[in-house]
Design a protein. Structure first.
Length: 161
């Protein structure tokens, strides 16, 4: 019985970790699709349609993200953009994170995996997403949002929430 219980715990905890999947549609950091039961079905509603822009200024997010990345004490390189596109459910849970990476000329490019993972870790610290929103006759909607980091020589020089 103990063996079965331990196996159950091990298997159920696997989905708690971020996963990287590369598909023809893009690279996904976390493909879990977990919505709270009280949320509306996942229609394609974007953050700007429900005025759900992240409530912290870009300047403050830029300073926070730079400090977060510096705390990792890694030397990063490359220039371009790393954009995370994701769904925020009605309770503020982020899922279905798509990563798009380009160079400065918007051509496909891959930054070092550790650097992208650090950016993703910072993204998960952002917990002030608007919740329990309504649009037309739908209550507790889920919406699509994104955060884009502009990188120059391995340093974040701009963030677009």
């Amino acid at each position: 019985m103990k063996v079965v219980f331990r196996l159950y715990l091990l298997l159920s905890s696997i989905s708690l970790f971020g996963q990287n999947y590369i598909t023809p549609k893009g690279e996904f950091m976390d493909t879990t699709r977990v919505y709270s039961p009280g949320c509306a079905p996942p229609y394609q509603i974007f953050y700007y349609q429900v005025k759900a822009k992240y409530p912290v200024s870009s300047a403050l997010l830029l300073a926070e993200s730079r400090n977060f990345i510096k705390s990792k004490e890694r030397i990063n390189s490359g220039s371009g953009y790393v954009t995370f596109r994701f769904i925020i459910d009605c309770e503020g849970i982020m899922s279905r994170v798509l990563v798009q990476q380009t160079d400065e000329n918007y051509k496909p490019f891959h930054f070092e995996k550790e650097f992208v993972n650090d950016l993703y870790s910072y993204l998960k610290t952002m917990r002030l997403w608007k919740t329990h929103l309504r649009v037309e006759n739908l209550n507790n909607i889920n919406y699509v949002a994104f955060v884009s980091f502009k990188i120059k020589n391995g340093e974040i020089i701009n963030i677009i929430p």
